[in-house]
Design a protein around this ligand. Structure first.
Ligand code: HMG
Ligand code: MG
Length: 298
């Protein structure tokens, strides 16, 4: 198992999509470039969703146009449908596209206005189109343990969606604990169900920290061989269609853990912390990251 861990920074998408006041694209781009300069190689720039549904992600193309491209950087964005794919393909400089569904029909209806099955039918040709055009393709499966509308989710339901997305040709699957209810035993059960169908190198864990279990869940993933984790600078986040979901696991907290475990990321914690401070000061809030709080008190 490799000693290197890849972090997918989702704060500018998963984080800012949930902020009451939209952040101007020029500032989002500035933060993107600062996160990239901190050594983060995979960063979500935003999503090509309906601005009626998620106004915070409008102007994602403007963010992408202002990114300083450098070798090794992967610029990533979420796509919900054909219209989103066309918009993304019209912008230069995106490396990976992420298609998102869930293990719960109730959540998927609220999030993208269709059932899980309908979303997969919709995505199949879009993923092919994206792959043929040379993009990397990520699949997100939300609600891997709990759904804000339907309650507990069976691991077998998660595995079924993963299998279908693998058959559709995703390069990577991100398992989302959308409302941050999972604990290690539940993460282990999901991995037991999913790992027979998905090679561990192609899995990512996407933990929200609502109940303070995100780091414990990451450690569980690490023990099972997962080496890609999603996190958000300053623990930004939530999902507009998952009420009560707090932020994502903070990138600062993740980095501190990984460093202590002797796992390499190539990312500077100090520099991510600085970006987080700037983001929090703009948003007028305290960072929920315990590591950021400790670093700030030095
Ligand atoms: P709909 O209302 O069924 O779509 O929404 P529609 O096709 O009927 O279109 C409605 C209007 O939106 C139309 O405009 C379309 O043109 C426009 P009108 O004719 O009324 O003027 N429209 C678009 N505009 C721009 N870009 C587009 C687009 N599509 C339609 N791509 C739709 C369906 C999927 C569009 C909508 O439900 C949507 O945008 N949902 C996005 C929800 C979202 O972004 N959620 C957050 C991301 S998921 C997440 O956070 C979880 C994750 O972090 C993992 C985890 O934590 O588990 C990934
Ligand atoms: Mg999320």
């Amino acid at each position: 198992m490799t000693d290197r861990v890849e972090i997918v920074e989702v704060g500018l998408r998963d984080g800012l999509q949930n902020e009451a006041t939209p952040v101007p694209a020029s500032l989002r781009a500035q933060w993107f470039n600062a996160l990239s300069a901190a050594g983060l190689n995979r960063i979500e720039a935003g999503s090509f969703v309906s601005p009626k549904w998620v106004p915070q992600m409008a102007d994602t193309e403007t963010v992408i146009q202002a990114i300083d491209h450098r070798p090794g950087l992967s610029v990533e964005a979420l796509i919900p449908n054909q219209k989103g794919l066309e918009a993304a393909m019209g912008v230069n400089g995106i490396d990976r596209l992420a298609f998102f569904t869930a293990a719960s029909d109730a959540f998927t209806r609220k999030n993208i206005n269709c059932t899980v099955e309908e979303s997969l039918e919709r995505f199949a040709p879009l993923m092919k189109q994206a792959k043929d055009a040379g993009y990397g393709v990520r699949g997100y499966v939300s609600c891997i343990v709990g759904c804000p509308y339907a309650g507990p989710i069976e691991p077998a339901a998660v595995a079924r969606v993963c299998e279908k997305m693998m058959a559709m040709g995703v390069d990577e699957l991100s398992l989302g604990d959308t409302i941050g209810v999972a604990r290690p035993l539940e993460i282990n059960r999901v991995l037991d169900a999913v790992l027979p169908a998905v090679p561990v190198e192609r899995l990512a864990l996407h933990c929200h920290d609502t109940y303070g279990q995100a780091l414990a869940n990451v450690l569980t993933g690490l023990e099972r061989g997962v080496r890609t984790f999603d996190s958000a600078v300053a623990g930004l986040g939530g999902c507009p269609y998952a009420k009560g979901a707090s932020g994502n696991l903070a990138t600062e907290d993740l980095l501190y853990l990984l460093d202590g475990q002797g796992l390499e990321t190539g990312v500077s914690l100090d520099r991510v912390f600085e970006v987080g401070q700037e983001v929090c000061s703009h948003l007028g809030k305290e960072s929920p990251s315990r590591v950021a709080q400790a670093l700030g008190a030095r």
